[in-house]
Design a protein around this ligand. Structure first.
Ligand code: GDP
Ligand code: MG
Length: 615
């Protein structure tokens, strides 16, 4: 293959790959669709039954398009011709049926009809949704051709009034693309001045630089007339030479005259024609195909720099997207385990930063100790518990039938026990409050672990394992603080009791104290003694509860949040590990697409490099 052939082939392959990837032009304005649009294609334009589909067929050298009178082509057909090595078998492939190779071209025609009907129904309606067809053959030139519904002037039975306008707009969307080469088909048996094809081409391409004029049905001209004025550019001047064509007539089609015969007949027609004999070498569908291919070459040549830069831009975009999406997951269990552990470590690191500073949140634990706990302690209802009224009640109950003599020891114990019991509440509340802070930090840290984003399942597993661990730490914390409280009530400080009688004596008039043993003041004193003891305990707990909480919960969370999890996953088999690494399917799909595109564009860049160097 010459370099040029391979270059056009490359463009074809890029376009095809773009279509496969759904990057077919239009729609969202990304680099991929702009690449499609940067690559030239050839669209066939003309009035209904002017012979568009027939011209395409003869360029391809195969019968595969539905043809006939009336509106036959009702959806755009994007036809990519791929030249294959000599001797290889010809086949066709539809984008909507990628796995099926058509070697029988009459089935291709049927599929085009069926696929058209699938969208439009068996009506005379049209649809702008293109059908994509690729033909692989040693007998074609590399080209992308687009067959379009023919321009009409009036709506016929079964068509909406808007059809004339609809068809024209659809055709325009194709031919208005800056890289579209227009194959303007006019039948020779009509006056060129009435040609819809020329009319539209002149509007879209005023300089005529992109337009190829094709004159069909030369054989159907009135006897005694010829099309030399047109073919020699005297009737209507185009930048490029006119090409005359003789396609098969409807009768030929009905008789299944094959393409080889048809081409031979066409060659003979020109060679023996008294009118066109001198132009024979520049007429006919084979010549047209070569002309187009050659033109395409020069267009592509000129576009190489912009195509290259577009490809480079796409590669940059894709690479940065790939970075964002992360590398694909390893397949072997060892590597998977490593990946999982790496992510756990990353998460753990972030979690620690939250606790130790660097990231916010750890300060809320300090808040629990500094505000919440002291406030809760202050709010304990000791006033009520140690009111003279309650003290009298508790002391009397403890005394039983025998009132106490000097100090009501049993009464004191009960009062203290009762008061200390109140500390359980704030103690447990501190444990819970810190637990919830830790839980929140786990949640936050998971969200902030970039690496984990892709793996919702692993996220959930790490969260569950962390919550489970935190729950265990909470249980431990709760037991420990309750124990601290219990310890305070199980043994009352001796010093305190030693001081008691003295305080009673110091407390004022000793005589009064004996006489008013059961008076209000006596109980008030007892209450205030207990209260000062409880105050002492409260001060102690204010210090020891945070210590216990940090020891049991915060420190453990920092050191061994995922320890259990590590042990668990260490035991997992490859299959279970890959389940953990099961990514969001949308993401996987996106990465796959990205990788495919990247591969394609890189191959394209290499090929373009080699072709442009080989010049
Ligand atoms: P389209 O509607 O523009 O795609 O036109 P078709 O390719 O379907 O052709 C319409 C009809 O004109 C068919 O019956 C063809 O056989 C016939 N036809 C097309 N070109 C020629 C030609 O050069 N000579 C003759 N005799 N018939 C032709
Ligand atoms: Mg047609």
């Amino acid at each position: 293959m010459t370099t040029m052939e391979s270059l056009i082939g490359l463009v074809n392959r890029i376009q095809r790959a773009c279509t496969m990837l759904g990057d077919y032009g239009g729609g969202d304005n990304n680099a991929f669709s702009s690449l499609w649009e940067a690559l030239p294609s050839v669209a066939v334009v003309g009035g209904q039954s002017s012979g568009k589909s027939s011209v395409l067929e003869s360029i391809v050298g195969r019968d595969f398009l539905p043809r006939g009178s009336g509106i036959v082509t009702r959806r755009p057909l994007v036809l990519q011709l791929h030249k294959t090595e000599d001797g290889s078998q010809e086949y066709a492939e539809f984008l909507h049926l990628v796995r099926r190779k058509f070697t029988d071209f009459s089935l291709v025609r049927k599929e085009i009809q069926d696929e058209t009907d699938r969208i439009t129904g068996k009506t005379k309606q049209i649809s702008p949704v293109p059908i994509h067809l690729s033909i692989y053959s040693p007998n074609v030139v590399n080209l992308t051709l687009i067959d379009l519904p023919g321009l009409t002037k009036v709506a016929v039975e079964g068509q909406p009034e808007s059809i004339v306008q609809d068809i024209e707009s659809m055709v325009r969307t194709y031919v208005e693309k800056p890289n579209c080469i227009i194959l303007a088909i006019s039948p020779a048996n009509q006056d060129i001045a009435t040609s819809d094809a020329i009319k539209l081409a002149r509007e879209v391409d005023p300089t005529g630089d992109q337009t190829f004029g094709v004159l069909t049905k030369l054989d159907l001209m009135d006897k005694g007339t010829n099309a030399l004025d047109v073919l020699e550019g005297r009737s209507y001047r185009l930048q490029r030479p006119w090409v005359g064509i003789v396609n098969r007539s409807q009768a030929d089609i009905n008789k299944n005259v094959d393409m080889i015969v048809a081409r031979r007949k066409e060659r003979e027609y020109f060679a023996t024609s008294p009118d066109y004999g001198h132009l024979a070498s520049k007429m006919g569908s084979e010549y047209l195909a070569k002309l187009l291919s050659k033109h395409l070459e020069s267009v592509i040549r000129a576009r190489i720099p912009s195509i290259t830069s577009l490809i480079n831009k796409s590669i940059d975009e894709l690479e940065s997207e790939m970075d964002h999406l992360g590398q694909p997951i390893a397949v072997d269990a060892g590597a998977q385990l490593y990946t999982i552990l790496e992510m756990c470590r990353a998460f753990d690191q972030i979690f620690k930063e939250h606790l130790e500073g660097g990231r916010p949140g750890g300060d809320r634990i300090y808040g629990v100790f500094d505000n919440q706990l002291p406030a809760a302690l202050r709010k304990l209802p000791f006033d009520r518990h140690l009111s003279p009224h309650n003290v009298r009640k508790v002391v009397s109950e403890a005394d039983g039938y025998q009132p106490h003599l000097i100090a009501p020891e049993q009464g004191y114990r009960r009062l203290i026990d009762g008061a200390l019991n109140y500390f359980r509440g704030p103690a447990e509340a501190s444990v819970d409050a810190v637990h919830f802070v830790l839980k929140e930090l786990v949640r936050k840290s998971i969200g902030e672990t970039q690496e984990l984003r892709r793996f919702p399942t692993l996220q959930a597993e790490i969260a569950a394992a962390s919550y489970e661990a935190l729950e265990r730490f909470r249980e431990d914390g709760r037991k420990t603080v309750v124990r601290l409280v219990d310890m305070e009530s199980s043994y009352l400080t001796v010093d305190f009791f030693r001081r008691l009688p003295q305080e009673v004596e110091k407390g004022g008039n000793p005589a009064a104290s004996t006489t008013d043993r059961y008076a209000e003041g006596h109980f008030r004193r007892i209450g205030s003694n207990v209260s000062s003891y409880v105050g002492m305990v409260s001060e102690t707990l204010k210090i020891t509860i945070p210590k216990a909480v940090v020891f049991c919960q915060v420190r453990e969370a920092k050191q061994s949040l995922l320890n259990h999890f590590y042990i668990q996953i260490g035991k997992k088999e490859g299959k279970q590990l890959s389940l953990l690494l099961d990514e969001d399917p949308a993401l996987m799909e996106r990465r796959q697409q990205c990788a495919k595109r990247l591969e394609l564009y890189k191959a394209a860049r290499d090929e373009i490099d080699s072709v442009s160097w080989a010049r």
